[in-house]
Design a protein around this ligand. Structure first.
Ligand SMILES: Nc1ncnc2c1ncn2[C@@H]1O[C@H](COP(=O)(O)OP(=O)(O)OP(=O)(O)O)[C@@H](O)[C@H]1O
Length: 273
């Protein structure tokens, strides 16, 4: 873990960005007129960074992740993922995507849920089995592969959906409010596990949240956004160390970052007045 931490610090900001947005715009045309979901987004995300997107409802957090995943098409500016267009990256299986709801099929066991996208992609049975064992281990669900989703707690189901997203071994993990529906204790535990997983795998993570403590606890970089038009109001490179016990949240350094995030959110709201 320590080696990873040092490597990530050295890499930080110096490597070619994994995700790079320049003057990115996306305007939806609706019956009520244009909706400026993203406006002038400039953002570089380096390899191995953990980047949180925080801001009020409608500021474009999900839309940005969806653009990265080639699920939306920007109307202006440029966006590259691993140096390619988002569509090329999607075809190269550059990322896994975790949604707010775990979205597991109730009639399939956890193993079979993880296997489904691998089956569709034509992986052999042996390759599927090997990957399932590996990703269940990563999310600490090794003994639960034969269970059905309803036999697992909400937190465990969300870990299973993370395992499914990891099964392709993509370098990028896009997570859209994965823990938003869980209670605080479970969420704390999952936050710790996610940090440990990130340290073990060196993934680049884009993470949407509404929670200031969650964003500060998890991230190397926090992107603060505001709505109408959806834009970035602050980008904070976290000064916190990579090793983060939960009680780091009581330290002055943590509280200072949280304060800056809150100020950024407040500035965004003032714009609407
Ligand atoms: N397909 C669509 N068609 C029209 N408008 C859309 C579409 N998708 C998103 N929007 C609008 O774009 C804006 C940004 O939406 P987005 O879902 O990205 O916000 P968000 O920050 O993720 O919000 P939340 O925190 O509620 O999930 C909103 O005003 C939303 O209504």
């Amino acid at each position: 873990m320590q080696d990873h931490a040092q490597a990530a610090v050295i890499d930080h900001g110096t490597s070619t960005p994994v995700i790079s947005a320049k003057s990115l715009d996306l305007t939806f045309q609706t019956n009520d007129g244009p909706v400026h979901a993203l406006s002038g987004i400039d953002l570089d995300i380096g390899k191995g960074e953990f980047v949180s997107f925080i801001g009020p409802s409608g500021c474009g957090k999900t839309t940005f992740l969806r653009c990265v995943a080639a699920l939306e098409t920007p109307t202006g500016g440029s966006l590259t993922v691993n140096g390619m267009s988002p569509d090329e990256s999607r075809k190269a299986r550059a990322y896994g995507y975790v949604f707010q709801a775990a979205g597991l099929y109730p009639w399939r066991t956890i193993e079979k849920n993880i296997a489904l996208p691998l089956e569709i992609m034509g992986y052999s049975k042996a390759e599927q089995a090997e990957r399932i064992v590996r990703v269940l281990d990563l999310v600490e669900l090794s003994n639960f592969g034969k269970k059905y989703p309803w036999q697992l707690s909400g937190g465990m189901q969300q870990r299973a959906s993370i395992a499914r997203a990891l099964a392709f071994d993509a370098d990028i993990l896009l997570m859209d409010e994965p823990f938003g529906a869980l209670d605080e204790i479970v969420r704390d535990h999952l936050n710790e596990q996610l940090l440990a997983l990130w340290a073990r795998t060196d993934k680049t993570i884009g993470f949407v949240t509404h929670s200031i403590p969650e964003a500060v606890y998890l991230s190397t970089k926090i992107v603060v956004m505001s709505p109408r038009p959806g834009r970035i109001t602050d980008i904070i490179d976290s000064p916190l160390p990579k090793e983060r016990p939960l009680d780091i949240r009581d330290t002055p350094e943590f509280l200072a970052v949280a304060h800056r995030v809150r100020e950024g959110l407040r500035a965004g709201h003032a714009y609407d007045d």
